[in-house]
Design a protein around this ligand. Structure first.
Ligand code: GLN
Length: 242
């Protein structure tokens, strides 16, 4: 049986809104299907081995914690993450983690480095934080439009470079910057989003997409009894008004 190997980056620092719940859901959905699952952590100063995992994950964080991680990502883990992206490995980054996938995160006079995996940059502009329930329409596989629902809370505004594919189109909420109608970004199997929730328990179908993609499976995953997961998804959509 295949095993999904996950590497969680900075799980102690980048775990706002219980983003770690995303890992629990991956673990459960693998286990229920008889698939193996393992998770390792990579913290400040730890080198990263690009082949050590099928899916690399980084959650959201406050500016203070993000600052520590930004320099570590850029100085210690940058090359490995680029190697992961080049071989088609999955990288999922939420909120503060998403911001660090880009070129930089500007906070007033300070400019935190990103790892430059996706052509985007983030600016902590004047104005209120972008907070609330959010729903977006995504098309991860051509012709298959689906909804992701979650919760966003960010001060940074993210701007995608020309030609960058957003993860989705905002149905309700603010998205990347509150003005262009897009949310998140995707470059191959590198995915960034502002959606907390945690994201995956509210969108179990997306967890399955990640598992299948990370394991490079040809066959669809075995269906599960998703009564509770479907209810969580419905409620999250309902909270967003979709
Ligand atoms: N600190 C970042 C911001 O405020 C990210 C916040 C988060 O991860 N929720 O924009």
């Amino acid at each position: 049986m295949p095993e999904l190997r996950v590497c969680a980056l900075y799980p102690d620092l980048m775990n706002i809104y219980a983003d770690r719940g995303n890992l629990l859901l991956l673990e459960r959905r693998c286990c229920w299907r008889g698939l193996g699952f393992s998770v390792t952590a990579s913290g400040l100063g730890d080198p990263l081995e690009p082949d050590a995992a099928d899916l690399f994950y980084i959650g959201g964080g406050q500016d203070r914690d993000q600052r520590l991680c930004a320099f570590d990502l850029a100085e210690v883990k940058r090359d490995a993450l680029h190697a992961v992206a080049e071989r088609g490995g999955v990288i999922l980054a939420v909120c503060g983690g998403y911001q660090l996938l880009g070129h930089s995160y500007e906070l007033g006079d300070e400019k935190l480095p990103g790892v430059g995996l996706i052509d985007l940059h983030t600016v902590r502009a004047e104005g209120p934080r972008l907070i609330g329930n959010v729903a977006i329409e995504v098309e991860l596989d051509p012709g298959e439009r689906r909804v992701l629902a979650g919760f966003e809370n960010h001060g940074g505004r993210t701007h995608l470079g020309p030609g960058v594919t957003p993860l989705g189109r905002v149905l309700r909420g603010h998205g990347n910057n509150g003005s262009d109608g897009f949310e998140g970004a995707r470059a191959g199997n590198v995915i960034g989003t502002y959606l907390h929730g945690p994201l995956l328990p509210k969108n179990a179908w997306f967890a399955d997409w990640l598992i299948r993609t990370a394991l490079d499976l040809d066959e669809p995953l075995a269906p599960l009894d998703d009564e509770f997961e479907a209810a969580a998804h419905r409620d999250a959509r309902h909270a967003a008004g979709v």
